[in-house]
Each structure stands twice: as structure tokens, then as C-alpha cells.
Write a protein that binds this ligand. Structure first.
Ligand code: 4AD
Ligand code: MG
Length: 463
């Protein structure tokens, strides 16, 4: 008798990792949580999930032949049990194997008011119980994919020779200059000079400014961590705490930056399709409304992303004949409705939008020769809108200083950042990928609250 994970049995049965302990007729023990338990006269069936893989294991019992436990038919959904029995291969059946139980031990009983009963629950209902929803198929798939995407991102950058840098979460600056920060304080009187750090401190909105110095030492670096925005946007695409991947590449211009975005995205998507086939099939069939998730992602891996300029995008929008909620003219900051029209209706796939008006973008973006636009690039994807925001950085010290003056950004606060332009400065570029937006794209989930383990959004902080 050997303790096994359900995943080990599946891998053995599928020939991925053959394991004699998981062969036909072997005595095995598994532990998990009951999804369903139904019985008919003497014969019962338990669908058991141990979390090691998406699939459940079917346990069959004859209630009068079970040791250790007499009232097995009364075990409720949600109970945790340990089952010992004979592994039986069932080729051709819906499940490739089952366990004929000889012993079932109750590990943890489950009260009758357990909210996850055998019926489909709405995502809104499940959002109210973030501590229990990981036990449902949808969230088991989503959070496994979240883990695999994170690993694939590290693998990609590692393979490409990037160094992983941990940038601080507590900072003295507001990188994007949008003033949407959460203050970190130990006082309630707002006297920041007397506060913990002796000055105003906040949670980071982006690791970019802190990672750039490392790019000018290591060449290729990235940071991957939580970021915080006190942006009062109550949409399906904004969270107050989200994770961002921010690579920074020295000696690279905007084209190199875009090539990196495209290669990374294709690598990550391919990795998820290869490594989470069961989860992806479930998401395709039960979460994605049009059931074309796997098709769509496979196409993305095999396509070339199109790039169009902001000015061309404005032309498309003006010629669209659509009545957008927010009126279109050159110079506007594109809203989600515009971004989605461009990537969904005009291009029909991931779209690089480049060369935005400088007035609507951050101070550090490199001014183009036309003096009006900056070497910025957003990657837009159907269903989500902006997935990535990036740019070539302004490496010309005088141009950057002028820009900061125009915008009223105090030079003394960012002298360290300007130093990078004085001490061996080079052209460099980078971008920020929102992990949750990527997960929405990859899983087909339509609300950001459902790809975060514990979502933080305006007026919502559970536990
Ligand atoms: O476009 P953003 O604001 O860019 C930056 O922060 C740059 N410093 C990145 C860089 O060049 N290193 O944010 C980057 C991405 C967005 O494209 C979006 O995917 C995600 O972060 N994002 C959010 N995701 C969830 N909730 C929010 N409130 C988000 N704000 C931005
Ligand atoms: Mg952006």
C-alpha cells in the first residue's frame, strides 16, 4: 500500500511518468476532499479531489464491506477523507481508473451549511467566499493557470539571460506621475517629516524607476511583484493591488522592446497550453462564452502581431461610423471602448499601438523626432484591451530635465534617476505587463476579481 497523489496516478496511466505503484491492481492510499458522494443500495461512488490535479478520482465502495467506518453513505460534500483500496484501470470509461475502497477514514467532517454544494454557483456568489472558492473547478483551473503563467514568465526571462531584481514595495516616488498612490504611515496627523521614514512614503505603483538602474548594470533585467494603485476605477479590468512584470533592456529601442513582448507572450501562452491541458479544456468549455479560447490562443502563438500608430488608430476610429461614448479626436487618451474596437474589429488579434501624443504619456518616455509623439507602445488584446504598456526611455538628460520642468516634477527628487543619463547612459526600453490582465486573456475570465486570490478593489477588501 502506497500513499499516492491523484496526479501521480493520472501521469502513470497516461504514460507521462510510469509508476509501478500506480499499476492496475495496486493497493493505494489517497487523501482528499469529497466533491460528491452518491450511493444506491449497497454501492456508492465518491468523487474525490486531492488538489494535485484538476481531475477528480472516482472511489467506489460497497458500504457493508468498508473497514474503519460504518456510515460512509453519510459523508457529505466537503469532508476530507483518506481512502485505501485497489486501483482498477477502466479503459474507455469516462475516467481512466477508479479505486475500489477497502477502507475509508474520515479526516475532517464538513458541516451541513457548507456553501459549495453540487450545483453551479455564480461567480458573484463565489466572490463572497474567497476562502472556499479555490475548491471549485473554475477557481482550481484559474489559480493553477496563475501559478503556471508566473513560472513560465520566470522561465522565459531566465532563458533569455535576464536577471531578476526585487524592487521595493515601499517607495518615496510615484513612478507614473499620476498621483494615485496609497500612503504608508504610522501616524494619523499627516506630519510626514515626523513619520516613520521622516518623509512621505507610499506603496509602489510600478517598479520601473527602481529597476532601470539595474538594467544599466546587468543589461537585461526584470522585476515581478505586487503593485498598488489608488485609482478609483470600478471596472472589470482594474484592481487596487495587482502584479506586474516589468522587464528593462539596455541597448534596446522600441522595436527590440516590442519583439520581447511578442516573444514572451507567445512563450507563456504556449507553456500554459502544453502544461495545463485539463484546466484549459475546462475553461474553454465552461468559462469562455464562445468556447473558442484554445483556438484563439493557438492562433496567437502562430501569428505575427500587427503594429499601427496612434495616428492611424484615430483615423480608424473616426472612420468607424461608431458612436463612441467618449468622442474621438487626435490627442485623446484612448478609452477601453476605443482600444477594444481597434484590436477586436480592425485587427482581430493582439495589436501594438505605437507613437502616442507625448501629453498623454508618462514623463520618462522618449520624444520622437516629430516633437509631438513619444516612442511608446501599448499592446492591446481582444476582450481585455490594454495588456502591456511600454516605451523607449528618454536617455537624453537635457530633454528629460526640460520635460520634468514642464510637468512640474521636482528635479531633486529624481536626481538619482537623472544620474543614469549622466553616468554611461545608453538607449534603453522596457514595459509593464499586468499579470491579471494576462490571466483574463488566457483563461477567458471576464472580471479581474476572479483571477486574484483575494481581490482588492474600491470599497472591497475581504479578510
Ligand atoms: O501602463 P502602466 O501604467 O505602465 C507602467 O506602470 C510602466 N511603468 C510599465 C513599464 O514600462 N515598466 O501599467 C502597465 C500594465 C498595464 O498595461 C496593465 O496591464 C496593468 O499594468 N495595469 C493594471 N492591471 C490591473 N489593475 C490596474 N489598476 C492596472 N493598472 C495597470
Ligand atoms: Mg498604460
Amino acid at each position: 500500500m502506497q500513499k499516492l497523489l491523484v496526479d501521480e496516478i493520472y501521469k502513470s496511466v497516461r504514460g507521462v511518468t510510469p509508476n509501478t505503484a500506480a499499476s492496475d491492481g495496486a493497493e493505494v492510499t489517497i487523501s482528499g476532499w469529497i466533491r460528491t458522494n452518491r450511493s444506491n443500495n449497497n454501492i456508492g461512488f465518491i468523487s474525490l479531489n486531492d488538489g494535485s490535479c484538476f481531475n477528480c478520482c472516482q472511489v467506489i465502495y460497497e458500504s457493508n464491506k468498508i473497514d474503519n467506518y460504518t456510515d460512509i453513505t453519510k459523508l457529505l460534500t466537503g469532508c476530507s477523507i483518506e481512502v485505501t483500496g485497489k486501483l482498477v484501470m477502466t479503459p474507455g470509461a469516462q475516467q481512466p481508473f477508479e479505486i475500489n475502497a477497502s477502507s475509508v477514514v474520515l479526516l475532517g467532517s464538513c458541516d451541513a451549511d457548507y456553501p459549495l454544494q453540487k450545483k453551479r454557483h455564480s461567480l458573484e456568489f463565489l466572490r463572497e467566499i474567497p476562502h472556499l472558492r479555490p475548491r471549485t473547478n473554475t477557481f482550481m483551473a484559474v489559480f493553477k493557470v496563475r501559478s503556471l503563467v508566473s513560472q513560465a514568465i520566470h522561465e522565459f526571462f531566465h532563458d533569455e539571460g535576464f536577471t531578476y531584481i526585487h524592487t521595493p514595495l515601499i517607495t518615496g516616488n510615484d513612478a507614473e506621475g499620476a498621483g494615485e498612490t496609497f500612503t504608508v504611515t504610522t501616524r494619523d496627523d499627516g506630519k510626514y517629516e515626523e513619520d516613520f521614514f521622516g518623509k512621505h512614503a507610499c506603496l509602489t505603483v510600478s517598479g520601473q524607476l527602481h529597476v532601470e538602474p539595474f538594467a544599466l548594470a546587468f543589461g537585461k533585467v526584470y522585476t515581478f511583484g505586487p503593485t498598488f494603485r489608488a485609482e478609483n476605477s470600478n471596472t472589470a479590468f482594474h484592481a487596487s493591488e495587482f502584479w506586474m512584470i516589468e522587464p528593462e533592456l539596455a541597448f534596446a529601442d522600441l522595436k527590440d522592446d516590442m519583439a520581447c513582448m511578442e516573444k514572451m507572450l507567445k512563450f507563456v501562452i504556449k507553456s500554459v497550453l502544453d502544461n495545463a491541458p485539463d484546466e484549459m479544456k475546462f475553461l474553454n468549455d465552461f468559462v469562455c462564452e464562445k468556447h473558442d479560447l484554445i483556438d484563439k490562443l493557438t492562433k496567437v502563438v502562430n501569428s505575427d502581431f500587427r503594429a499601427i500608430t496612434y495616428t492611424e488608430a484615430i483615423d480608424y476610429l473616426l472612420k468607424s461610423g461608431r458612436d463612441f461614448e467618449y468622442p474621438v479626436e487626435w490627442g485623446i487618451d484612448l478609452k477601453s471602448e476605443h482600444e477594444r474596437y481597434i484590436c477586436e474589429q480592425v485587427v482581430g488579434g493582439p495589436t501594438f499601438l505605437i507613437d502616442y501624443p507625448k501629453e498623454i504619456k508618462a514623463f520618462y518616455m522618449r520624444v520622437n523626432d516629430d516633437g509631438k509623439t513619444v516612442a511608446a507602445c501599448d499592446l492591446l488584446v481582444p476582450g481585455v484591451g490594454e495588456l502591456i504598456g511600454g516605451s523607449q526611455r528618454e536617455e537624453r538628460c537635457d530633454v528629460l530635465v526640460n520635460k520634468m520642468q514642464e510637468l512640474g516634477i521636482p528635479q531633486e527628487d529624481l536626481q538619482w534617476y537623472l544620474d543614469l543619463r549622466r553616468f554611461g547612459g545608453v538607449k534603453h526600453s522596457g514595459f509593464g505587463l499586468g499579470l491579471e490582465r494576462l490571466l483574463m486573456y488566457v483563461t477567458g475570465v471576464s472580471n479581474i476579481r476572479d483571477v486574484l486570490p483575494y481581490a482588492r478593489t474600491p470599497r472591497n477588501l475581504k479578510f
